[in-house]
Design a protein around this ligand. Structure first.
Ligand SMILES: O=C(O)CCC(=O)C(=O)O
Length: 293
């Protein structure tokens, strides 16, 4: 398995709460994803009603478009196939420590020379309608990502801070400061910027604080996020206020994430067989299920 993560990379993920610089996309795949992203950004795309969420915000300043959407994997072929990319799904197995399901995807587009701050946040604070916490995210820029164009940034070690109160995604990048203690505020001064070539990815833990600043460059900054869950994670939908859910296919309370919206992406018995012991996995999964595979 040439593309398996090594023990050092897994240890680094467990220490910092993220792992950056993993080559994920083939050049043709990258081109196709860029073309498909531009297509689905058009609200008249015939598959538009399949999006779970679709937010196209024209800026008051100059009319340029900020874009965030969930569910694009159902609309176009390369967007569909992305979660099955060999390196991505094997790494997800290693970092989750068991069988992997698709949770959902996300598209983020920041136009040139534009705002579009994504404030510091923890992904799981938006996912408490699932339980237990056993999730993983993979952020993949489709354009070379730099500090100048608003690449993703992380606070190393923040995955050990527990679940913080939600402070919002838009507007003030530093809104989360209000809910941190002094030690945590000091840690916020040491950020890691995931400056990546297009098509390389960064994986992060569901509690790792991350965010992205404005795109100050003259080019768009496009990215796809694949959000994953360990097989066995269930719906905890009873905590939801229905208006929060848009068009998301929320499963009934207690139902295991599975079926057409949460396909199984990787199962060690099927994929690795007798080679299973050769592929390292994290020492401390976010959660362990009985009989986890
Ligand atoms: O692409 C971005 O700028 C933000 C991505 C992000 O915050 C996320 O995936 O949770």
């Amino acid at each position: 398995m040439d593309y398996a993560l090594n023990r050092q990379q897994l240890d680094s993920f467990e220490e910092n709460g993220f792992l950056s610089g993993i080559p994920l996309l083939e050049p043709d795949q990258l081109e196709q994803l860029r073309a498909e992203l531009d297509k689905v950004l058009d609200p008249s795309h015939p598959g538009n009603s399949l999006f779970y969420e679709f937010h196209l915000n024209e800026s008051e300043k100059d009319g340029r478009v900020l874009f965030h959407a969930l569910g694009a994997w159902q609309l176009e072929p390369a967007l569909h196939d992305l979660p099955w990319s060999p390196t991505l799904r094997l790494a997800a197995y290693q970092l989750l420590g068991g069988a992997v399901r698709l949770f959902h995807d996300q598209l983020f587009v920041k136009p040139p020379e534009h705002g579009g701050v994504v404030a510091w946040h923890q992904d799981f604070s938006y996912w408490t309608w699932t339980e237990p916490m056993a999730h993983l995210s993979c952020w993949i820029p489709l354009d070379d990502a730099t500090v100048d164009n608003g690449c993703l940034q992380y606070i190393p070690g923040s995955h050990r801070w527990g679940l913080l109160p939600v402070t919002g995604l838009a507007g003030d990048m530093n809104a989360a400061h209000d809910v941190l203690n002094d030690r945590q505020r000091t840690a916020m001064e040491s950020t890691f910027a995931a400056e990546l070539p297009a098509g390389h990815g960064v994986f992060h833990h569901p509690l790792t604080l991350h965010g992205s600043a404005e795109n100050n460059s003259k080019q768009p900054r496009r990215a796809i996020v694949i959000n994953l869950a360990l097989d066995g994670v269930r719906s905890n939908a009873e905590i939801l206020d229905s208006k929060e859910t848009h068009n998301f296919p929320i499963l009934p309370q207690g139902t295991t994430l599975s079926g057409q919206y949460h396909p199984l992406l990787f199962h060690a018995d099927k994929e690795l067989g007798g080679k299973r012991d050769e592929i390292p996995i994290v020492k401390h999964s976010t959660v362990q299920f009985p009989g986890q595979t």
